[in-house]
Design a protein around this ligand. Structure first.
Ligand code: FAD
Length: 467
């Protein structure tokens, strides 16, 4: 009886006491801190973030902020509850000393932890030539400071905007330029926009949407050089189709880089795709052994997923940051039997060219696609992706209310092609090849990627010389 009492006491102390440090004070970091307090953690909580701002929301940056509807500094994340934390903002973590359980800061300070959450996200991949990247008029978009600068440049009526890379964010920016009445060129090395995430069948529809809206879309084309004047202002761009464009604004939308450099000597399973962790958000060490006191959440995490052959899934999505943070928080203060899995069914949304695009599952895991509802010609449809006779993903254009129907089927690996839901059935229910690019061919890196089975794999490390 006494023995049980002592064990219960220890568990209660583990739940409520100790020193928890969260590195990365953005969406995942904040939501984890809130969940820890919500679940009764009363110990010390420190949030370390290298940005000087309180946590803010990034999705509006490429949408409402660029359109000028919302100032970049008005995107602060709502607080779900008080968290009584020691905030260390504007200070980067530069190292992790696991033997002494300390996070090393740029100031030279050391912060002790007995449980640590890594939530350092990703940053924008910069333009490949540093001299050209420094020209006045060359932008990337990840932070609210980036968005404020880019919004001001768009507001100044540039002669032409060039967007390099037609993933979701590049395409959203092209759409904003059209809304603002700005001439815009999009250069995409692949055959169509959005191909990495949604394949060539949907990419062709996205390409038509862009061209119909007046975008000068150049596919199969890379940007080879940017040129400025003697004052350091961007003036023109040279493209691989041997044309030259006079441009005042270039936005490099080339995907992202995981913020893992500060973990270089920590002997964790870190690399190109982020920090590998188990489905309970516990980090793996470099030998693939799971750690007990280091957790990972948000864009920087990659974890094996039961629905996708247990491959490690890397996900740069808002929902994944929120739900991953909540699961990490639960597991940080619970022992084995109280732990939960984070098995996200990826979902995303994007607004561009007047179309609301939504998706669920990992579309790029599929090799076939079938239009199940609506009509692609009207930009109002649902389509499902399949692999080996099972549904693995779905996308809707202006038809988002049907997404839960497909999501439920993906969760139970239902047969592909799926039965149409009996409403607004598409004319032709024949599956066709989804036309995803060969992973070895350099294209933009999508924000949902299956990264193989090895926690220490660096995967296809592609460092482009040109866009
Ligand atoms: P982040 O938000 O990247 O936060 C990580 C934080 O850690 C940052 O503040 C970073 O500066 C900090 N940090 C990094 N290294 C260190 C260090 N060494 N020390 C201290 N701090 C450090 N998702 C959707 O689902 N739908 C959308 O429509 C959508 N639109 C988007 C539009 C834009 C323009 C962008 C940029 C993202 C968009 N996203 C969208 C993605 C979504 O915003 C991310 O999934 C989400 O921000 C991930 O949160 P996070 O906390 O994991 O990472």
């Amino acid at each position: 009886m006494t023995h049980v009492f002592v064990a219960d006491d220890l568990v209660a102390a583990f739940r409520a006491e100790g020193e928890i440090v969260i590195v990365g004070a953005s969406l995942a970091g904040l939501r984890a801190a809130e969940a820890l307090r919500e679940q009764g953690f009363r110990g010390s909580l420190t949030l370390i973030g290298d940005e000087p701002h309180e946590p803010y929301d990034r999705p509006p940056l490429s949408k409402q902020v660029l359109k000028g509807w919302v100032p970049a500094d008005h995107t602060k994340l709502p607080r779900m509850r008080a968290i009584d934390a020691d905030w260390r903002l504007g200070v980067a973590a530069t190292g992790l000393d696991r033997a002494n359980r300390q996070v090393l800061l740029a100031t030279g300070e050391k912060v002790f932890y007995n449980r640590l959450l890594i939530a350092t996200g990703v940053r924008a991949r910069p333009w490949f030539n540093p001299e050209e990247a420094a020209l006045n008029g060359v932008f990337t978009l990840r932070t609210c400071a980036d968005a404020a600068r880019l919004q001001a440049a768009l507001q100044a009526h540039p002669r032409r905007v060039l967007i390099v890379g037609a993933g979701f964010i590049g395409s959203e920016m092209a759409s904003v330029c059209c809304d603002l009445g700005l001439p815009v060129t999009v250069a995409e090395r692949a055959d169509a926009p959005l191909v990495g995430a949604l394949g060539g069948v949907i990419g062709d529809i996205a390409a038509k949407m862009q061209r119909d809206a007046g975008v000068d879309l150049r596919t199969g084309v890379s940007v080879q050089a940017l040129e400025g004047d003697t004052d350091g202002h961007l003036r023109r761009a040279r493209l691989s189709d041997e044309t030259t464009l006079d441009v005042d604004v270039v936005v490099a939308s080339l995907g992202s880089i995981r913020n893992v450099e500060w973990l270089e000597d920590a002997q964790l399973a870190t690399g190109f795709w982020g920090v590998a962790c188990d489905a309970g958000c516990r980090a793996f060490d470099i030998n693939g052994v799971v750690t007990d006191n280091i957790f990972v959440a948000g864009d920087v995490a990659r974890a094996p997923h039961v629905l996708y052959d247990y491959q490690f899934l890397s996900l740069e999505h808002w929902d994944n940051a929120v739900f991953g943070a909540e699961v990490a928080a639960t597991n940080m203060i619970n022992l084995e039997t109280g732990r939960r899995p984070h098995l996200p069914l990826p979902s995303f949304w994007s607004g561009q060219f007047g179309v609301n695009i939504k998706g669920v599952g990992v579309c790029s895991f599929g090799d076939e696609i079938v239009f199940t509802q609506g009509s692609p010609a009207d930009h109002r449809f649902a389509a499902a992706y399949g692999r080996r006779g099972r549904i693995v993903g779905a996308v809707t254009f202006n038809h988002g209310k049907w997404l839960p129907y497909y999501g439920a089927m993906i969760e139970r690996s239902a047969p592909f092609p799926p039965p149409p839901p009996g409403y607004d059935k598409a004319g032709d229910l024949t599956p066709m090849p989804a036309r995803f690019p060969d992973p070895r061919v350099p294209t933009g890196i999508p924000d949902v990627v299956l990264t193989g089975h090895d926690p220490t794999s660096r995967g296809a490390e592609f460092r482009p010389k040109t866009s």
